[in-house]
Design a binder for this molecule. Structure first.
Ligand code: NAD
Ligand code: UGA
Length: 483
């Protein structure tokens, strides 16, 4: 019997599951897509009539949802029905770093993936192709297969069968729709050739065939971890160079431009910033570190762990520079934070450098005004685990009974009055056009602009009489001896 694909389900309606299925639905009109989640609020948000209130902000997403939702794309919490009807099931659930037990702090917590496999084993009917879309440790497919096999061992379930494939996702947040519509490659790893071809045929609706790569399942799982590790390694490399630039008088943008012209190095992913954030880089590198340690490859583990260590050091370094430039104390000084998302064009704050930097500044006693065009006050409160200052008195007292600093949220940029400093942490487009001459008049002198994304107009800032610290720009700062 020829196995034909008609119904596709995706377990997990998050940053990956939602946009990925939306784009697939828009490209494959003859297929029907269910996106399921255990989180009712998230599903309600995906079904919100008001498209500006989708749970995820991604340029181009709401237009796609408008054209597909409730046509061939359904967001639902009915997991049983979604699994029963599916020919293909994408597993797109969260795989965070384990916080306790064996491998805590490094290996991935696979409890959500295991729960999915058990649900699929229970509810599926006939033959089902299971696709790992989540980023997983190498050999997870084996675990999934074992759980599924146990479902076919009793007589009642004997009619069930499964093929497990790996099809990691390479989209980046903020450009998710563009990445999904025009991927550099689609990777399909597996053993079952016919299942691999069926999955490939879905992508061929919009992806040129030569961009679809077939590998064995373990190579596919490892390629995803490696890809993120290489990208993060570039960011840590250039951030480490930014520190050298600052003390030698070199400029990291010029260094990036110069090395990026070498076609072997390439120009992308060489922007020095406040340290990489996002839900995946750190988690995936630590996963690789755990894998290497598990197989006794200590030097390999140390090599990759250093990419994360440099990132942590770099984030701390930025807060320290702010304190140092403001005469060694920021107690009760008003500092404006521009941007809280881990990068522009997303409302995601997971692992954002802003979290650590803001916490450090608050603990030094600063009064922060945090602005972000897409992140909510509640999200920031959750991330900082420090309540927003609102009652007229500072309730954030530490265990020594010392007042620590505080923070307030603003969704407009009318916030510069009496500020001692501005710190740019996310490269939102609107920050490029700030009129620094007007801002300067409202700030306390000597006032500082700290630009950790190198986006402000240097000439305008300087003409306004403001002091400027631009990340990795030693030409602004003189050599270490002069300082
Ligand atoms: P997410 O946390 O935004 O979404 C995961 C969703 O899965 C959540 O809504 C959660 O409620 C749901 N879920 C968990 N267990 C479930 C179950 N048993 N049944 C139904 N729903 C369940 O995570 P994400 O950012 O979409 O990432 C998902 C995976 O994709 C991770 O492995 C991640 O590493 C990988 N990835 C993420 C990105 C990215 O840009 N965020 C890119 C590529 C790959
Ligand atoms: C990253 C990868 O780019 C995706 O291919 C991958 O699918 C995804 O992780 C994942 O597996 O989750 P993402 O984290 O969304 O995507 O965003 P990136 O554009 O990679 O940025 C990550 C972090 O690095 C951000 O904080 C960003 O500001 C920082 N970065 C990036 C720099 O500081 N400099 C750069 O030149 C590039």
């Amino acid at each position: 019997m020829v196995f034909k694909i008609k119904n596709i389900s995706c377990i997990g309606a998050g940053f990956v599951g939602g946009p990925t299925m939306s784009v697939m639905a828009s490209k494959c009109n003859d297929l029907f897509f269910h996106v399921v989640d255990i989180n009712d609020e998230r599903i309600d948000a995906w079904n919100n009539e008001d498209l500006s209130r989708l749970p995820i902000f991604e340029p181009g997403l709401k237009e796609i949802i408008e054209n597909t939702r409730n046509k061939n794309l359904l967001f639902t919490t009915n997991i049983k029905a979604a699994i029963e009807s599916a020919d293909i099931i994408f597993i797109s659930v969260n795989t965070p770093t384990k916080t306790r037990g064996i491998g805590a702090g490094k290996s991935s917590d696979l409890k959500w993936v295991e729960a999915c496999a058990r649900q699929v084993a229970e509810f599926s009917k006939g033959h089902t192709i299971i696709v790992e879309k989540s980023t997983l440790p190498v050999r997870t497919a084996e675990v999934i297969q074992k759980i599924l096999n146990s479902a076919t061992s009793d007589l009642e379930n004997a009619k069930k069968s499964f093929s497990v494939l790996s099809n990691p996702e390479f989209l980046a947040e903020g450009t998710a729709i563009r990445d999904l519509e025009n991927p550099d490659r689609v990777l399909i790893g597996g053993e079952d050739k016919s299942a691999m071809l069926l999955l490939s045929q879905i992508y061929e609706n919009w992806v040129p065939k030569e961009k679809i790569l077939f590998t064995n399942i373990w190579s596919s799982e490892l390629a995803k971890l490696t890809s993120n590790a290489f990208l993060a390694q570039r960011v840590s490399s250039i951030n480490s160079i930014s520190a050298i630039c600052e003390v030698t008088g070199a400029n990291v943008r010029e260094v990036s431009r110069a090395i990026g012209k070498d076609s072997r190095i390439g120009s992308k992913f060489l922007d020095s910033g406040p340290g990489f954030g996002g839900s995946c880089f750190k988690k995936d590198i630590l996963n690789l570190v755990y894998l290497a340690e598990y197989f006794g490859l200590k030097e390999v583990a140390k090599f990759w762990e250093e990419v994360v260590n440099i990132n942590n050091w770099h984030q701390k370094r930025i807060a320290q520079i702010v304190v140092q430039k403001l005469f060694g104390t920021i107690s009760s000084k008003k500092i404006i934070i521009l941007g809280f998302a881990f990068k522009a064009n997303t409302n995601d704050t997971r692992e954002s450098a802003a979290i650590r930097i803001c916490k450090d500044l608050i603990y030094e006693g600063a009064e922060l005004i945090i602005h972000d065009p897409k992140v909510s006050m509640l999200q920031i409160e959750k991330d900082l685990q420090i309540k927003q200052f609102s009652s007229g008195k500072n309730e954030n007292i530490d265990y020594l009974n010392n007042n620590i600093g505080n923070w307030q949220f603003s969704n407009n940029l009318n916030i510069f009055d009496d500020a001692h400093a501005v710190l740019v942490l996310t490269e939102w487009e609107e920050y490029k056009y700030i009129e620094w001459d007007k801002v300067a008049k409202r700030m306390v002198k000597p006032a500082w602009i700290f630009d950790a994304r190198s986006i402000v107009n240097i000439d305008l800032v300087k003409k306004s009489g403001l002091n400027l610290w631009s990340l990795g720009d030693g030409s602004q700062q003189g050599t270490k001896d002069e300082i």
